[in-house]
Design a protein. Structure first.
Lengths: 351, 252
C-alpha cells in the first residue's frame, strides 16, 4: 500500500500537494513553512477569556429583558395602588365605568380588547395565509416582488394614518355596503344588529385585521419558503393537486411557524391603540352586537388619560394598563399551550 | 507533521445512554486509522470526543483522558484551542453556502484574525491542491459559491477548509458516505496523500475503504472497542469472534 506514496514530503512544500488524479503540480510562490500557521494559531492562546466574556455579555442582554419587564410591571403596580386598594379584584370583573362617581371596573375594556382581536384574527388569518400561499407557490416572478413590497408597505404605515383612513373611507363603506348585508345574513346570530353607526367593534376589528395582515403574511411566507423543495416533490409524486400539495407538503410542515406568526399578529392586535381609539366609538359597554360602539383597554387609556384630572381616575387608567399587561401575558401563555397541545408528539418542524 | 493520540478510559453519554464505554487506545502519528462497526456502535461519538465536539450537545457527558501530542485536551486546554489544532470533516459536506470557494477555504484563518492577503492566497491554493480540487475551481475561486459545487467537490472543499489551518490531526466522520464511487475514490486517494503530513482518523461503514486507506483499524460494537490492531490483522486474522462475524458479513 505504501508504494503509492512517492516520497516523504517536506511539510507544506507546494508540490507536496500534487493530487493523485494525475494533475500536474503548478509552480507557486514558496509558502511559509508549516509551523508558521500553527505558531500563529498557538499564539491566539486558548481564548477562554473571550469565550467567557461573550457568554456573560449575552447573558446580560437576556437579563435586560427581565429587567425591562420587571420595571414596567413595578411601575404599573405602584401607580395604580390607589384603585388596587379601593376595588381589589372587583376592578377586573366590574363593568361600571363612572369617573364622576369614582366607580371603576375594567371588564368592558378587557372584553373589547379580546373581541376586537378575535374579530381581526378571524378576518386576517385566512387572508394572510392566502397571500403567502400565492406569493410562495403560484405567483409569477414579476408580480412577486411588487406584491411582497406592497404587503410590507402596509406594515410601515403609522397607525394614526390607518385611523384617519378608517374614519373617512372604511367606516362609511362598512355602514353603507357591508353592515346591511351582515345584518340581513347573520342578524339571527345577534352579532350584527341595529343600531349601526359604522363605528364600533366591527370597524375596529376590520382595521386591526388590515394592520396585522402584513406581519402574519410575511412571516408565513418566510416559513413556507423554508420548507424543503423535496417535500413538495414527495407530495406531487403521489398525484396531489396543487392545493393538496400545499396543504400536505407545505402548510403542514410550516404549521408551527404559521401559528407563531399568528401569535405575533395577535400581540399587535391586543395592544394596538390609535387606529382602534379612532373608530371603536369609545363606549364602556358590553354589547352582543359587533356593530355597537365599544372600547378596548388601549383605546380607553388613549382617549381618557388627558382628561383624568384626579388621582383615582388616573390610578384607574394605569390599572387598565396593568390589566392589559396581564391579559397579554395570559393570552400568550394560552397560545403557547395551544401550540404545544397541537404539536405534542409530532416530529420537529421541517422548516 | 501529525501527532499521536492517546485515549485512556474514555466514557461518553448522551443523556442516560452510555454510548462509549471505557475506550483505551493509542493512535500513532502520520497514519490513517479506520474505525468500523455497525450503526450506533459509538464510532462517530468517539471521533467527536477527540476534538470535543461531543460536548456541544447539551445532554452529552464525557469522562476519561484524551491526549493529543501529549496534551490532555480536556484538562490542559480549551475546546476552542483544541479545535484549532484538530480538523474535522463531516459526513455530509457542509460548505458555507454564502461564501465563495476562496472564502470557504480561508474561513478558518480569517476567523482567527489572519489578514495577510498574500499568505492567504497561498494557503488557499495549497489547500485546494492538497484536496485535489484546485484544477476544477481555480478559475472561479471568488465567483462561485461553495454550495454550487457537486457533492464530491463540496466534500473536497470541506477537506481543503480543514487543511487550511494546518491541523495536526484530521478527523473524518464517514467522509464518503454521501458521495458517488468516483468522488469516493478521489477522497480515498487524498487520505493516502494526506497521511504523510497529518494523523488521520476516519470513521467508515465501508470495510473495503478501511482496508484500502488505513494502517490500523478499530472495531466498535455497542459502545465498546472490541479490537484494535493493524488493518492487515483485523481483516485477515481477527482476534475476536465478533470482529470476524462483522467483517465476514454475518451481522451488522
Amino acid at each position: 500500500m505504501n508504494l503509492r506514496i512517492q516520497e516523504p514530503r517536506a511539510p507544506k512544500a507546494p508540490d507536496a500537494a500534487a493530487p493523485a488524479g494525475g494533475l500536474v503540480p503548478v509552480a507557486v510562490p514558496s509558502p511559509p513553512p508549516a509551523s508558521a500557521i500553527r505558531t500563529f494559531l498557538r499564539e491566539r492562546g486558548n481564548s477562554r477569556v473571550a469565550d467567557a466574556t461573550f457568554r456573560w455579555l449575552m447573558l446580560l442582554c437576556a437579563l435586560s429583558i427581565f429587567a425591562i419587564v420587571a420595571l414596567i410591571a413595578n411601575e404599573l403596580v405602584v401607580n395604580s395602588k390607589l384603585t388596587l386598594a379601593k376595588f381589589g379584584m372587583k376592578f377586573f370583573v366590574g363593568s361600571a365605568w363612572d369617573p364622576v362617581n369614582e366607580n371603576f371596573g375594567a371588564l368592558p375594556f378587557i372584553y373589547g380588547t379580546l373581541v376586537s382581536s378575535i374579530v381581526s384574527l378571524v378576518l386576517a388569518v385566512p387572508l394572510a395565509v392566502g397571500v403567502a400561499v400565492f406569493l410562495t407557490e403560484m405567483c409569477p416572478q414579476a408580480l412577486r416582488g411588487i406584491l411582497s413590497f406592497l404587503t410590507e408597505l402596509l406594515a410601515a404605515i403609522p397607525s394614526v394614518v390607518y385611523g384617519l383612513w378608517a374614519i373617512f373611507v372604511l367606516v362609511p363603506l362598512l355602514r353603507v355596503y357591508v353592515d346591511p348585508v351582515l345584518i340581513k345574513l347573520l342578524g339571527w346570530t345577534g352579532l350584527f344588529m341595529q343600531p349601526d353607526f359604522g363605528i364600533g367593534m366591527f370597524a375596529a376589528g376590520v382595521i386591526l385585521a388590515i394592520m396585522i395582515l402584513p406581519i402574519i403574511s410575511s412571516l408565513t411566507r418566510e416559513v413556507m419558503t423554508a420548507v424543503p423543495h423535496t417535500q413538495r416533490e414527495a407530495v406531487l409524486a403521489l398525484g396531489a393537486t396543487r392545493w393538496e400539495m400545499i396543504r400536505m407538503g407545505v402548510l403542514r410542515n410550516a404549521r408551527i411557524g404559521i401559528v407563531g406568526s399568528i401569535i405575533l399578529g395577535l400581540g399587535r392586535a391586543l395592544g394596538e391603540t390609535m387606529a382602534v381609539a379612532m373608530v371603536i366609538g369609545s363606549s364602556p359597554t358590553i354589547s352582543r352586537s359587533l356593530l355597537a360602539p365599544a372600547a378596548t383597554m388601549a383605546s380607553v387609556i388613549a382617549n381618557e388619560f388627558a382628561e383624568a384630572s384626579d388621582d383615582t381616575y388616573r390610578s384607574a387608567l394605569i390599572e387598565i394598563g396593568l390589566a392589559l399587561f396581564l391579559v397579554t401575558i395570559v393570552v400568550n401563555i394560552l397560545a403557547r399551550l395551544l401550540v404545544w397541545a397541537v404539536t405534542r408528539g409530532a416530529p420537529a418542524r421541517a422548516a | 507533521m501529525g501527532v499521536s493520540i492517546e485515549v485512556n478510559h474514555l466514557n461518553a453519554w448522551y443523556g442516560a445512554n452510555h454510548t462509549l464505554q471505557d475506550i483505551t487506545l493509542h493512535i500513532p502519528a502520520n497514519e490513517a486509522t479506520a474505525l468500523i462497526g455497525p450503526s450506533g456502535c459509538g464510532k462517530s461519538t468517539f471521533v467527536r470526543c477527540l476534538n470535543r465536539m461531543h460536548e456541544t450537545n447539551p445532554i452529552a457527558k464525557v469522562t476519561g483522558e484524551v491526549k493529543v501530542g501529549g496534551q490532555d485536551i480536556y484538562s490542559e486546554t480549551s475546546a476552542v484551542e483544541v479545535r484549532r489544532r484538530i480538523g474535522m470533516v463531516f459526513q455530509r459536506p457542509n460548505p458555507f453556502p454564502t461564501m465563495s470557494i476562496y472564502d470557504n477555504v480561508a474561513s478558518g484563518l480569517r476567523l482567527n484574525g489572519f489578514r495577510n492577503r498574500r499568505v492567504l492566497d497561498e494557503v488557499v491554493e495549497r489547500s485546494l491542491k492538497s484536496s485535489a480540487l484546485w484544477d476544477e475551481v481555480k478559475d472561479e475561486l471568488k465567483k462561485k459559491s461553495g454550495a454550487s459545487l457537486s457533492g464530491g467537490q463540496q466534500q473536497r472543499l470541506c477537506i481543503a477548509r480543514a487543511l487550511a489551518v494546518d491541523p495536526e490531526v484530521l478527523l473524518m466522520d464517514e467522509p464518503a458516505s454521501a458521495l458517488d464511487p468516483v468522488s469516493t475514490a478521489k477522497i480515498e486517494d487524498l487520505i493516502f496523500q494526506l497521511k504523510v503530513q497529518y494523523t488521520i482518523v476516519i470513521v467508515t461503514h465501508n470495510m473495503q475503504q478501511a482496508a484500502r486507506v488505513a494502517e490500523r483499524t478499530g472495531f466498535f460494537l455497542n459502545g465498546r472497542l472490541v479490537e484494535f490492531d493493524s488493518t492487515h490483522k483485523i481483516f485477515t486474522n481477527p482476534g475476536d469472534k465478533r470482529t470476524e462475524d462483522y467483517i465476514t458479513g454475518r451481522f451488522g
